[in-house]
Write a protein that binds this ligand. Structure first.
Ligand code: A3P
Length: 293
């Protein structure tokens, strides 16, 4: 695939986006959900790949085991709004899935999720990650991903993150928007990256009970091993190595996988300013994140 120049951000119904996530908008909005679909939603860099692989192993390993070693995860779990002409079309990808249930990835803010998912009461797993590790991970991702806007240097990236000038908009609005929705809908499970890192077994059990599945102890062991950070990093079907837009000379896709990597990036001054601003932006929510374990 010939990689075009990096895209630019523009305002899309109040949210900064690039054309790769808006060019197929009508089809995204018209998407026909099924009651048994599972949506995996998150702001970018919250651990979506991690949880999508867990879901894939919980379900599709049973129905399509041969795909595990031959079909990249991004095809097994299509990214609904992603549209790179001639290369990737998330809507078509989802419609062509043969496994059951369909697991569908999205980074859409809550107000943009296609209506049909609400009408069908599909199960939605939302994964959230603390802002500081999210911005660090996003910075390295935008450096290596040639279909994202130019990241610029770290300090300008951090400033734009606090201003919400990122693809998929403001982290603050994204995590709180989905959190508010969760208060009124029982079909949403809200997971935290930090909780998964702290106690994977506990979170896997929470996930399974939300989904209404009871895997055997052996299956759980298998999932737990497959999704270990180092195993995912080595696994060509999940580590992004099949994605031509990624430049692995710049950074890895499955990069560090830590809680607290922000400490290696934020200066003391940046941290103080960020905390002040964070308090202001998050003062009206009871949503709390841990930035260290
Ligand atoms: P880092 O850049 O901090 O390492 P997403 O999949 O939503 O793009 O999120 C990417 C982040 O999740 C990256 O964070 C990546 O390393 C981390 N990640 C991916 N797989 C993981 C795993 N198995 N365990 C812990 N973190 C993982």
């Amino acid at each position: 695939m010939e990689i075009p120049p990096r895209p630019t951000l523009f305002d899309f119904h109040g949210v900064p986006m690039t054309r790769y996530f808006t060019d197929n908008w009508e089809n995204v909005q018209k998407f026909k959900a099924r009651p048994d679909d599972i949506v995996l939603a998150s702001y970018p860099k919250a651990g979506n790949t991690w949880v999508s692989y867990i879901l894939d192993l919980l379900y599709c390993r049973q129905t399509l085991p041969e795909q595990q070693d031959s079909v990249p995860l991004f095809q097994r779990v299509p990214f609904l709004e992603l549209y790179v002409p001639g290369f990737l079309n998330g809507v078509d990808g989802a419609n062509q899935l043969t496994g059951f249930p369909r697991i569908i990835k999205t980074h859409l803010p809550v107000q943009f999720l296609p209506q049909s998912f609400w009408e069908q009461n599909a199960k939605i797993v939302y994964v959230a990650r603390n802002a500081k590790d999210s911005v660090v991970s996003y910075f390295h991702f935008d450096r290596m991903n040639k279909v994202q806007p130019e990241p610029g240097d770290w300090s300008s990236f951090l400033r734009r993150f606090t201003e919400g000038e990122m693809v998929f908009g403001s982290w603050y609005e994204h995590v709180t928007g989905w959190w508010e929705k969760k208060q009124t809908r029982s079909n949403i499970l809200y997971l935290f990256y930090e909780d998964l890192s702290e106690d994977f077994d506990r979170e896997l059990n929470r996930l399974c009970s939300f989904l209404g599945v009871s895997p055997s102890a052996d299956s759980k062991k298998h999932v737990t091993e497959k999704v270990l950070f180092n195993n995912m990093k080595q696994n060509k079907m999940v580590n992004g190595s099949t994605n031509e837009a990624f430049d692995f000379n710049v950074s890895a896709f499955i990069r560090k996988g830590n809680v607290g990597d922000w400490k290696n990036h934020f200066t003391v001054k940046q941290d103080e300013e960020f905390n002040e601003d964070y308090k202001r932006k998050m003062k009206n929510t009871d949503l709390h994140f841990r930035t260290i374990l």
